[in-house]
Write a new protein. Structure first.
Length: 299
């Protein structure tokens, strides 16, 4: 879980709320500083310092992609911050004889709204409608947002394939796709579903030396012969350096063959833990990817 600026820039909710918090904090600070004789702002001054530290903590957690591990802690800290900002608003509103007080009150109101929004998000369950709606705008959508899960191609980019393995893998997929198409065409011909007596040019590959009388006899066997496996195609083995414990039950997306399902409290071997999808291996030997929000690294 290294420091990556893309962790913040790829999450519109994170970058917008952190930016909004900094703007609101600057407004509050400017208003408080504009009234040097306001001795009653001692409580507000400490509240502003506390709020700044909290915003910076959330910023750092987003940059290191560890925000999921501290959500419940942040809810408690935000509750304390809300007490500071709301009480400051109450004090400043009733001392409205100075424009600085009103400016500081406006900033504290904005900070209070932000704290409440963060508490709703961080304190909500990842599968709640509000969290799924917010996470759906992320470039790397949350793994809890079914239907918004990144495509298999995007997830494969986060894996630790060595250089040169990807072209072989793509070639293998292309061969499999071609074989599936040929098999489907053969089925149509056998079952009489293909009303045409002609064959597509793509179906004639390998049959150039056959006469038309041979096609009907041999096409069926040709189409049903599986293409030989590429002996040079070997996916590199993954070394799993960490262990993780499942925090929740997870059911793999049936449309994505790369995901794996697991149960709460199950121990997984994991690796490639920089992104939101981790390489994982179950105790039964099943391998694939798992959402990082559903598991916790073990010491």
């Amino acid at each position: 879980m290294g420091f990556l600026l893309s962790n913040l820039l790829g999450d519109p909710f994170a970058i917008s709320t952190v930016s909004f918090g900094m703007i609101a904090w600057i407004i509050s600070l400017a208003g408080a500083a504009a009234n040097p004789s306001a001795t009653y702002l001692r409580f507000t001054w400490w509240g502003l310092v506390y709020e700044l530290m909290l915003i910076l903590i959330i910023l750092v957690l987003y940059l290191y992609n560890t925000i999921e591990l501290y959500k419940f802690t942040l809810v408690g800290l935000l509750a304390v911050a809300t007490v500071y900002t709301t009480n400051s608003v109450n004090t400043l509103i009733y001392n409205s004889n100075n424009a600085g007080n009103l400016c500081c009150a406006a900033g504290c109101i904005l900070l209070s709204m932000l704290n409440i929004l963060w508490m709703v998000y961080f304190g909500g369950h990842p599968e709640s409608p509000t969290n799924q709606f917010i996470d759906s705008f992320s470039v790397k959508a949350s793994p809890f947002t079914h239907g918004q899960i990144p495509s298999s191609a995007n997830k494969m980019e986060d894996s630790d394939f060595v250089s040169g393995a990807r072209p072989a893998f793509n070639s293998y997929l292309n061969n499999e796709s071609r074989h599936s198409q040929l098999t489907a065409n053969a089925n149509n011909n056998m079952n009489g579903n293909n009303k045409s007596n002609y064959m597509l040019s793509s179906q004639l590959n390998g049959l150039e030396n056959f006469s038309s009388s041979h096609i009907n006899d041999n096409a069926r066997n040709t189409f049903y012969k599986a293409e030989p496996a590429n002996e040079d195609f070997n996916l590199p083995a993954t070394t799993y350096r960490y262990k993780a414990k499942a925090l929740y039950n997870y059911e793999a997306n049936p449309e994505d063959i790369n995901e794996i399902s697991f149960q709460k409290d199950e121990i997984l071997e994991v690796d490639d833990i920089d992104g939101k999808w981790w390489q994982a291996k179950r105790s039964n030997g099943q391998v694939g990817i798992c959402p990082s929000n559903y598991v916790k690294l073990m010491d």
